[in-house]
Design a protein around this ligand. Structure first.
Ligand code: NAD
Length: 251
C-alpha cells in the first residue's frame, strides 16, 4: 500500500466525488481526514469504514478553513474538493450565492494550501489535487459564479505548481464532466426553471449534450485518477489539469 504513513485530507468528502477519492486513498493505506456536512450517524459509519477522522468545519469562512487545518494536523496529501453550484442568469444571480461559490470553490483552497504547504516543504513531499471541472476549461450559460471559480482554481493550481516545483510537492487539477452526484441532481430543478425544460430534457439535452460518450462519469473513476497522482511515478506531473469528461472538452 503505497500511501501508508501518509495523511490525506479530502474536503467535501461526506458525499459524491470527495467520498470516492477518500475511499481510493484509504484503499492505498492513507490515513484519511474527512470533511463535509451530513447526518452524524452516516458520517460515523464512514469514519468506521475508512478508519478515518472527520472534521466538520464550514469552509465558507477563513475561520472555518483555519479550524479544519488545525484539527486535521499536518497533511501530506490535500484534496480541495468541497464545492457548490447555483444556476441563474447573470442579471438575476443572487449576490450571496456568488460570494458563497467563490468562497467555497476557490478561496477555501487558497487557505488550505497556504496552511498545508509548510509541512509538505519540510517533508520534501506533497500532493495537492484540486477538483476543478470541465467548467474550468469551457463555459455553459447560467453558471457565472461556478465557471469563474473553476477557471480561477485552474490558474491558482498552475501558480502553486510553479512555486513548489523544486520542493517535491505537486499540484494538479482533476476536471470531471458530469458525475452523477447530489451536486448534479440538485441543479436539475433550477435548470428546468431557467431553461423551461422537463427533467429528461435537462439530462439529455443539457447535462449530457456535450458528452460524446453519453455517459455520466463515475465517482470511483475520479478516485482512481487521484490515487495515480499520489504515486511516486507521478512526481513529474504538476501544473496539469486532467480532464475526465467523456471527451467533452476535446471538442
Ligand atoms: P456533492 O454535493 O456530492 O458533495 C459536496 C461535498 O462538499 C459534501 O461533502 C458537502 O457536505 C461538502 N460541502 C458543501 N458545502 C461545504 C462547506 N461550506 N464546507 C465544507 N464542506 C462543504 O458534490 P460533488 O458532485 O461530489 O462535487 C465535489 C466537487 O466536484 C465540487 O468541487 C464540484 O464543483 C466538482 N465537480 C462535480 C461535478 C459533478 O458532475 N458532480 C463535475 C465537475 C466538478
Amino acid at each position: 500500500m503505497f500511501l501508508s504513513g501518509k495523511r490525506a485530507l479530502v474536503t467535501g468528502s461526506t458525499s459524491g466525488i470527495g467520498l470516492a477519492v477518500a475511499r481510493a486513498l484509504a484503499a492505498e493505506g492513507a490515513d484519511i481526514v474527512l470533511n463535509g456536512f451530513g447526518d452524524a450517524a452516516e458520517i460515523a459509519t464512514l469514519c468506521d469504514e475508512l478508519s478515518a477522522r472527520h472534521v466538520g468545519a464550514d469552509l465558507l469562512s477563513q475561520e472555518g478553513c483555519e479550524q479544519l487545518m488545525a484539527e486535521a494536523g499536518p497533511v501530506d496529501i490535500l484534496i480541495n474538493n468541497a464545492g457548490m453550484q447555483h444556476v441563474a442568469p447573470v442579471d438575476d444571480f443572487p449576490v450571496d450565492r456568488w460570494n458563497a461559490i467563490i468562497a467555497l470553490n476557490l478561496t477555501a483552497a487558497f487557505h488550505t494550501v497556504r496552511l498545508a504547504v509548510p509541512h509538505m516543504k519540510e517533508r520534501g513531499w506533497g500532493r495537492i489535487i484540486n477538483t476543478a471541472s470541465a467548467h474550468s476549461k469551457t463555459a455553459s450559460p447560467f453558471k457565472s459564479a461556478y465557471n469563474a471559480s473553476k477557471h480561477g482554481i485552474d490558474g491558482f493550481t498552475k501558480t502553486i505548481a510553479l512555486e513548489l516545483a523544486q520542493t517535491g510537492v505537486t499540484a494538479n487539477c482533476i476536471s470531471p464532466g458530469y458525475v452523477w452526484t447530489p451536486l448534479v441532481e440538485n441543479q436539475i430543478p433550477d435548470t428546468m426553471k431557467a431553461r423551461g425544460m422537463t427533467r429528461d430534457e435537462v439530462i439529455n439535452d443539457v447535462l449530457l449534450a456535450k458528452t460524446p460518450t453519453k455517459k455520466f462519469v463515475q465517482p470511483a473513476e475520479i478516485g482512481a485518477l487521484a490515487a495515480f497522482l499520489c504515486r511516486e511515478e507521478a512526481g513529474n506531473v504538476t501544473g496539469a489539469n486532467w480532464s475526465i469528461d467523456g471527451g467533452w472538452t476535446a471538442q
